[in-house]
Ligand binder design. Structure first.
Ligand code: 5AD
Ligand code: SF4
Length: 601
């Protein structure tokens, strides 16, 4: 067995899964190997002090058979207040952070932002401190993305910079530990440990609970990895720690993984099977967030400190949500898909669905805006559309990833719908939710995409007139169906030219769509100062578009006669005076509440 492979297997199995009993054997093999070879598992700092030698001798003793029996049958989720029993080869205090400083860096999507907060919540409970200064960090963790080649290249480049930091580190300080978390850890596994010897810790998206143990193993100079995917890990009991205390909005993860298997996408392989978090734990988190205080830069004059004002429900497929944790809801009612849509998997039944969750979440606090991302177009039954239309605090904003405007390409992508079905859904949504703001994802240059297919995508962009768009050049990913069955045959320069064309058309159409708001009065949730000007404030409208307006005195509708200045977390009415493809501008009319607002479009 290759030494790195053996370490990986050791750590993987120590995720307390069914392989647990193998771990002890593999660990011993790894140690035996290390005494024979110079390219051994432990990295160079391993013989540094007596404590580590002591650790190694305990490793040799290894866990007992009874221990594995116990851990194999232990329930997966523990209450966050419970202290984990240390594995037998670690002492309790070795699992503790001992005030080591952790620097976390996030790449990729909003799920990764939320994962960073989860990882940090776990480490904080273990006694680690957080730093935003790279130079003072003892542990650097990169939360990574694999969705496109470019995202991974960015991480490799970053690792090279960090390598220099690690090499330059004075011997008087504890050795710097570097960890790769998330999708890239899951996708590349051994390759990262092999290619970048200075990476100490690998933790896949379902292994963040294991971080204290992985870091404790890394302390001894060994590389440590846990890339086990889980069928039920949702981190339901881990309250993510919000990074920015003045933020007006928060993300709440409601489900993880994806079963859709679109042919271009790596996500089902890096994040695993779809699973939903129990409704009760989501509601509990939303309640806590609504009570959490925003700390504005200056104390507000009237309203006092207030709770967070916006929650975005997060998941790879939010609207496929299905909480099967309550037995009584496991009935045989089959799923309503959007008309003309199909799934790549066998129909699922029962459970509490997204409409139920959305209803419950929106009742927690009528002053809290609710958004969700990222949905799949197949899961928009009328109950969901109706609810979005009816409830004041559910934003009338829907992300509807199309990916292509050509039915032929959509079939090759295995998206489960044709262009016609997608367009019909768009019309149905626009009728059901007047004024709805739509956004989408598109991929340019997928396998076999012809000029005619591309023209169809351009025409879809014109037809729908999205308010926001996320456009990408296709990037072939190993393991996916497209990698195995299709040819990445659109030349790079053609992909980029088509992407440019899509961006241009999207901008033109978004500008037109956004200009419809000019002259309207819109409800804006204030975020803070505009980045470009100290005299302007910035916030978001219901459609999630950025709105910029001068910081001026205004009336507070709940305190007639009182002049106030807007603070982060305030709702204000703004009269829109101009629009571009990405931003609206206007002037503020008054401070109000979500319930009392009289936005007119
Ligand atoms: N290449 C380019 N874009 C991709 N996406 C997913 N996989 C790929 C890929 N291999 C895009 C899709 C998806 C968004 C999150 O990323 O548009 O909706
Ligand atoms: Fe990837 Fe498709 Fe799942 Fe989205 S729905 S995460 S594009 S497989």
């Amino acid at each position: 067995m290759h030494p790195l492979q053996c370490v990986l297997q050791v750590q993987r199995s120590l995720g307390w899964g069914p392989l647990a009993s193998v771990s002890w054997l593999s660990l011993r093999m790894c140690r035996a190997h290390s005494s024979l070879s110079s390219t051994t598992c432990p990295s160079p700092e391993r013989q540094e002090d007596g404590a580590r030698k002591d650790f190694s001798s305990r490793l040799a003793t290894g866990p007992t058979f009874q221990h594995f029996l116990k851990s194999a049958s232990a329930p997966q989720e523990k209450l966050s207040s419970e202290v984990e029993d240390p594995p037998p080869y670690l002492m309790m205090d070795e699992l503790l952070g001992r005030e080591r400083k952790v620097y976390l860096e996030t790449y990729g999507c909003q799920m990764n932002v939320n994962d960073t907060e989860i990882a940090w919540s776990i480490l904080q409970k273990s006694g680690y401190l957080r730093t935003s200064n790279l130079q003072e960090a003892d542990v650097i963790l990169l939360v990574t993305c694999s969705i496109r080649e470019k995202a991974e290249q960015t991480i490799w480049n970053r690792l090279h910079q960090l390598k220099a930091l690690k090499t330059r580190r004075p011997r008087s300080r504890v050795p710097l530990r570097i960890g790769i978390l998330g999708c890239m850890a899951e996708r590349l596994k051994e390759e990262i440990l092999n290619r970048e010897k200075m990476v100490d810790v690998l933790a896949g998206p379902d292994a963040y609970r294991d971080l204290p143990r992985l870091l404790a193993v890394a302390e001894s100079g060994q590389q440590a990895a846990n890339v086990l995917l889980s069928l039920d890990e949702t981190y339901a009991d881990v309250m993510p720690v919000q990074t920015s205390p003045s933020a007006t909005s928060a993300f709440v993860s409601i489900m993880r993984g994806c079963d859709n298997m679109c042919s271009y996408c790596i996500v089902p392989f890096t994040r695993g099977r779809e699973r939903s978090r129990p409704v009760a734990s989501i509601l509990e988190e939303v309640k806590k967030l609504s009570e959490q205080v925003i700390r504005p830069p200056q104390p507000p004059k009237v309203l006092g400190l207030q709770g967070l004002k916006e929650v975005t429900l997060l998941g790879q497929n939010v609207n496929s949500f299905r909480d099967n944790s309550e037995v009584q809801f496991n009935n045989a009612v089959s799923t309503n898909l959007s008309r003309g849509f199909a799934t790549n998997y066998k129909a699922k039944q029962g459970g509490l669905r997204f409409a139920h969750l959305l209803d419950q979440v929106s009742r927690v606090d009528p002053e809290m805006r609710i958004r969700f991302t990222s949905p799949h177009p197949k899961d928009f039954p009328d109950e969901v559309l109706q609810l979005i239309h009816e409830r004041d605090n559910i934003c009338k904003q829907i992300h509807l990833p199309a990916q292509s405007g050509s039915s032929r390409v959509l079939e090759a992508m295995r998206r489960g719908y044709s262009r016609e079905a997608y367009v019909e859904l768009v019309h149905h949504i626009k009728e059901s939710i007047p004024g709805v703001s739509l956004s989408s994802d598109f991929i340019a240059g997928f396998c076999g995409e012809t000029e005619e297919d591309h023209v169809q995508t351009v025409s879809l962009l014109r037809e729908v007139q999205y308010n926001m768009g996320f456009l990408f050049a296709y990037s072939m990913r190993q393991k996916t169906r497209a990698y195995h069955r299709l040819k990445d045959d659109v030349p790079e320069e053609v992909k980029l030219r088509r992407l440019e064309e899509l961006i241009t058309v999207f901008r033109e159409e978004a500008t037109k769509a956004n200009q419809m708001s000019v002259g309207c009065t819109q409800l804006v949730l204030v975020e803070g100062l505009s980045k470009r000007s100290a005299t302007d404030l910035c916030g978001r409208n219901d459609g999630n578009l950025k709105v910029i307006f001068p910081d001026a005195d205004m009336e507070d509708v709940n305190n007639p006669g009182l002049r106030v200045r807007a603070q982060p977390g305030d709702y204000v009415l703004v009269k829109i005076t101009s629009a571009s493809s990405q931003t609206l501008r206007g002037h503020v009319l008054c401070r109000t509440t979500l319930k009392d607002s009289s936005a007119n479009c």
